[in-house]
Design a binder for this molecule. Structure first.
Ligand code: FE2
Length: 361
């Protein structure tokens, strides 16, 4: 058994300003990696800028990170960071900027390398990375994973080198600015990380403890996700913490069939990641069996699998073209790294059943 999380994590309101000194101490010139809009709207970018200015750290803002960032974008950011002379990287936003920041930090540390370096199995020797999450799904602030879009393969794929952020500054207050749809989608991603980490061939008592505690916090907030009430600051705190805990869990186990299938839905049909993985949660739990599913359902506050389905289906139901479904099943059956994480036998027939009512006729 093995447990390793080298990231220093703070979760509190106002934590970027409160711990700006530790952020600034990661280097002498910063490359800030973010998207175009949300980090400006929720105040996270200005918090980071204020913290760096207060400690005299010059910075460059690269705000061209798209949703499901491509390897090509990572290369552009690497070139910008090298030209500026940055010696550490700060990723602000959801999974896209945080994942990208890890790959950028790797390539900046190895400027002579091309994108192939990311997908060649090896160590994660990179510039220091700080992560400032502004959604509650990916857990990327506490994982070594970096998932990028590879257009040449028409798929999203995790790089082959692990990069943990050195520092994660998790301010749940940013979630108040997220559109409800983003809150829902990313929270379902966090839920899915717990399910796929708990029902996983690599699960340990440590990783399972993280999953169950994440689901308890998530379960307390789920009424706000369903739209039964407006989310409270406590909901935001619970959802942010649930996401980070789930990230720690998948750091040790990785994910399983739903994530492997979901990448095709996102690439081919632009279905947001959280909704794409959400489609497959009930079938995955059903395939694992009621005994395996019971602790997860209890922790999240669902009486049974039917109650979970009643909650998730209205939020995640998708029209999935037949061609996507076939490509996803074919791809999954050839995805050895995801297949070996699944603790039960997998067949094409089983995966066909995973699409259930979401199949487009
Ligand atoms: Fe995910």
């Amino acid at each position: 058994m093995y447990f390793y999380i080298p990231t220093k994590i703070y979760q509190q309101d106002g934590c970027v300003r409160a711990h700006g000194q530790e952020l600034a101490a990661l280097g002498s010139r910063a490359l800030i990696v973010t998207g175009k809009h949300s980090s400006r709207k929720n105040g996270s970018l200005s918090d980071v800028v204020s913290a760096l200015e207060a400690h005299g750290i010059p910075f460059l803002i690269f705000d061209d990170i798209e949703e499901n960032p491509s390897v090509e974008t990572v290369i552009k950011a690497k070139e910008a960071g090298l030209s500026f002379g940055a010696d550490f990287v700060i990723g602000i936003g959801g999974g896209s900027p945080m994942d990208a920041s890890k790959s950028i930090a790797l390539l900046m540390k190895h400027p002579e390398e091309t994108a192939d370096f990311l997908y060649a199995r090896g160590d994660g020797d990179s510039l220091p990375v700080a992560a400032v999450p502004t959604t509650c799904g990916t857990g990327s602030e506490a994982t070594p994973w970096s998932i990028l879009t590879r257009h040449e393969l028409k798929i999203k794929q995790g790089i082959a080198r692990p990069v943990f952020p050195s520092l994660a500054l998790c301010d749940p207050g940013y979630l108040a600015f997220a559109p409800h749809s983003v809150l829902v989608s990313t929270a379902i991603d966090a839920f899915s990380h717990c399910v796929e980490s708990y029902i996983n061939a690599n699960a340990t008592p440590y990783s399972r403890m993280l999953c169950l505690q994440s689901l308890r916090l998530w379960g307390e907030a789920k009424g706000a996700l369903a739209g039964n009430r407006a989310p409270s600051p406590q909901d935001f705190s619970n959802l942010m913490c649930a996401s980070t805990l789930a990230g720690m869990a998948i750091s040790h186990t990785s994910t399983s069939l739903p994530h492997g299938l979901s990448y095709y839905l996102t690439y081919d049909d632009s279905i947001p990641h959280g909704l794409a993985v959400g489609v497959f949660q009930v079938p995955y739990l059903a395939a694992a069996g009621s005994q395996a599913a019971a602790p997860l359902l209890t922790a999240a506050g669902f009486a049974d699998l039917g109650a979970l389905a009643a909650f998730l289906t209205p939020l995640t139901k998708q029209d999935i073209p037949q061609a996507t479904r076939e490509r996803a099943i074919r791809g999954m059956m050839g995805n050895e790294s995801k297949l070996k994480n699944c603790p039960f036998a997998v067949s094409e027939k089983l995966l066909e059943g995973f699409f259930g009512e979401n199949e487009t006729l």
